[in-house]
Design a protein around this ligand. Structure first.
Ligand code: T5A
Length: 225
């Protein structure tokens, strides 16, 4: 593989939020960002797919049937990775090199869960694709906001009033990807933290802060939340 970033000097920290639909990733990413900023940490927050002008166009293609042509599963996987490559190269890598923290709503694990466990692509091949897109950009901590499929979909639909292209996929697709997330988290406990996302918003965010303090050093903060 091409060495996209031959000299890695990334001193920042990347924290990702992952999970099935409606787990509250966007809500918790916002709350965590506010919390870190209140501690004086320089934090950038963004989302996938998207986060760059090119990525936002890709997001529209992926979510809103913009091309009016059914996307084949391989195109879908490649588009998520294309958006990721653009975000890593233009936003995440420079921020990490500046020493900033990043709170990111979905990243590589989404591709493994949705396109791997969900659509049925080989997960190891998708890892190679992810690595091609990310170079050395790697999360230090990943919160898996776990929620039963039906409950998560109900929340997502209640919020937006309709289902987008991926939310409209059959329930067994969503069940496979949720199971996939849990399997990945069990295999990589040093990076993942599973959080029960069915709790009230404030309880979820308190648990996230507690985990944050046990896993990472927050500059200038003695561990009390
Ligand atoms: N995708 C993405 C792939 O297939 N492969 C990939 O590689 C990548 C990167 C992205 C879609 O693309 C797929 C996954 C997705 O289908 P999106 O619009 O970004 O689409 O959708 P999601 O990331 O799934 O985000 P959602 O907006 O659907 O859900 P969130 O972010 O988990 O939830 P949030 O915070 O927006 O909350 C949803 C609703 O629930 C409420 C909120 O107020 C809101 O109304 N809520 C709670 N209610 C009760 N209790 C709580 N604890 C709550 N937390 C939030």
């Amino acid at each position: 593989m091409l060495p996209i970033y031959p000299f890695c000097t990334m001193t920042g920290k990347l924290i990702t939020f992952e999970g099935p639909e409606g787990g509250g990733k966007s809500t918790q990413a916002r709350l965590l960002t506010e919390y870190l900023r209140s501690k004086g940490i320089r934090v950038l927050t963004t989302r996938e797919p998207g986060g760059t002008p090119t990525g936002e166009i890709i997001r529209d293609l992926l979510q809103n049937d913009l091309s009016k042509e059914p996307l084949c599963d391989a195109t879908e996987a490649l588009l998520f990775c294309a958006s990721r490559a653009q975000l890593c190269s233009h936003v995440l890598a420079p921020a990490l090199e500046r020493g900033d923290w990043i709170v990111l709503d979905r990243f590589t694990d989404s591709t493994l869960a949705y396109q791997g466990y969900g659509r049925g692509f080989d997960v190891e091949r998708l890892r190679v694709l992810n690595a091609f897109a990310t170079g050395p950009v790697t999360p230090v901590l990943t919160f898996l906001l776990d929620i039963p499929v039906q409950k998560g979909l109900e929340r997502a639909i209640a919020r937006s009033g309709n289902k987008d292209r991926i939310e409209s996929a059959p329930v067994d697709f969503h069940q496979r990807l949720r199971d996939g997330y849990l399997e990945m988290a069990r295999k990589e406990p040093g990076r993942f933290a599973i959080v029960n996302a069915t709790q009230p918003i404030e309880c979820v965010s308190a648990e996230i802060r507690r985990i944050l303090h046990t896993r990472l050093d927050i500059p200038g903060v003695v561990a009390s939340v």
